[in-house]
Design a protein around this ligand. Structure first.
Ligand code: TYM
Length: 354
């Protein structure tokens, strides 16, 4: 029986952190035995915000090593680099003909990244219109590139070209997945075909994952400076966790848990045993909690998870020959499906040979 196709990717914009690990990578590893998995490195997406060629090149290799070190087995799952599949770029051009600039401009990630590109603080624009006004009026030194606007089209193409049914991602990517479904539906109904499959998120029946940062609020993110990286040395991890934001501590039994503490307990839920988490929840409830103990425990549990991965990353990075082979095989698998889908779409849209 043919297995259902799973596809997901990560942008090579730096080392992977615990957000990437729990939102995506750890799910990739769990899925590879039961599905036809394709995991890629989204280098074209990285170009929308990263214009340093050497950094991009190094980051692609880094993510590949991190994929392998975390346990993706290239014998089970195809691993490829997005730009090694040129069919993606052509379908991106074609699909863009059916995507509205208005819906792209309203995407949360676009507004957020555009704001960062223009150096506008989170609270500087009161209304949506003000942000749009700033984007349109931006001068050439601080422009928001068109690639950033059409980012969701490219992401939709990554998924639709592989005919993927499931897309394991973190909570922050759900809007992109919703747009992918919308574009697929629109294309199918415009041409009266059933070309594209509407993909779904995958969380093993649980809630979408949002890994919090160590700074008391929001999510862990490369650009937020609140991350623990898989490649961090144990000493660095201990230091980062011990410095995490907390509060004054509960003064009355069963008080509500503040955001910074809820975040630390949330991280603990991902890395520690359920008994450990319960022990600290109970201690919070009866006011006996000591945040120093909580942080020490959390740091050790994170180190136990990341340290074997970190050690494997360094070994894998030294083996260029192996890395090249993994990517060549992955690109072959990805291109086989991509060229088929592209040929069908060209035919459907009227780009036909005489
Ligand atoms: P990217 O590179 O920003 O992140 C990669 C994956 O990590 C997840 N993630 C998180 N999950 C939970 N909590 C966090 N704090 C956290 N931070 C990051 C993201 O949700 C994501 O799953 N657009 C995508 C890359 C992409 C893609 C695709 C994904 C391009 N094409 C096709 C799936 C399918 C992105 O920028 O992810």
């Amino acid at each position: 029986m043919n297995k259902e196709i799973v596809l997901s990717g990560i942008r090579p914009t730096g080392n992977l952190h615990l957000g990437n690990y729990f939102g995506a990578l750890s799910k990739f590893v769990r899925l590879q035995d039961d599905y036809d998995c394709r995991f890629f490195i989204a280098d074209l997406h990285a170009l929308t915000t990263n214009t340093d060629p050497d950094a991009l090149h190094a980051n692609v290799k880094g993510i590949l090593a991190e994929y392998l070190a975390a346990g993706i087995d290239p014998e089970k799952a195809a691993i490829f680099v997005q730009s090694d599949v040129p069919e993606i770029s052509e379908l991106y051009l074609l699909l863009n003909m059916h995507v509205g600039i208005g819906e792209l401009m309203r995407t949360a990630s676009f507004k957020d990244k555009a704001r960062k590109c223009l150096g506008i603080g989170k609270d500087a624009c009161e209304t949506e219109e003000e942000i749009e006004h700033q984007i349109i009026g931006a001068d050439n030194n601080k422009r928001v590139c068109a690639g950033l606007l059409t980012y969701p089209t490219l992401m939709a193409v990554d998924i639709l070209i592989q005919k993927a049914k499931y897309v394991p991602v973190g909570k922050d990517q759900l809007q992109h997945l919703e747009l992918t479904r919308r574009f697929a539906r629109r294309f199918n109904s415009f041409y009266g075909v059933e070309e594209f499959i509407e993909p779904e998120d995958f969380n093993f029946g649980g809630k979408p994952v949002k890994v919090p940062g160590l700074d008391g609020s929001g999510k862990m993110g490369k650009s937020e400076g609140n991350c623990i990286y898989l490649i961090d040395d144990p000493k660095v991890i201990r230091k980062k966790v011990m410095r995490a934001v907390t509060d004054q501590g509960p003064t009355e039994p069963n008080s509500p848990i503040s955001e910074p503490i809820a975040n630390l307990l949330g991280l603990m839920e991902l890395t520690s045993s359920p008994e450990t988490v319960q022990q600290f929840r109970d201690a919070y409830a009866d006011c006996s909690i000591r945040y120093g103990d909580l942080k020490k425990q959390l740091a050790e549990d994170i180190v136990a998870l990341t340290d074997p991965i970190r050690q494997r990353i360094n070994d894998i990075l030294a083996n260029d020959e192996y890395l090249r082979k993994v990517l060549a095989r992955g690109a072959e698998v990805a291109r086989e499906q991509a060229s088929k889908t592209l040929a069908e779409v060209r035919q459907i849209m009227g780009i036909r040979h005489f």
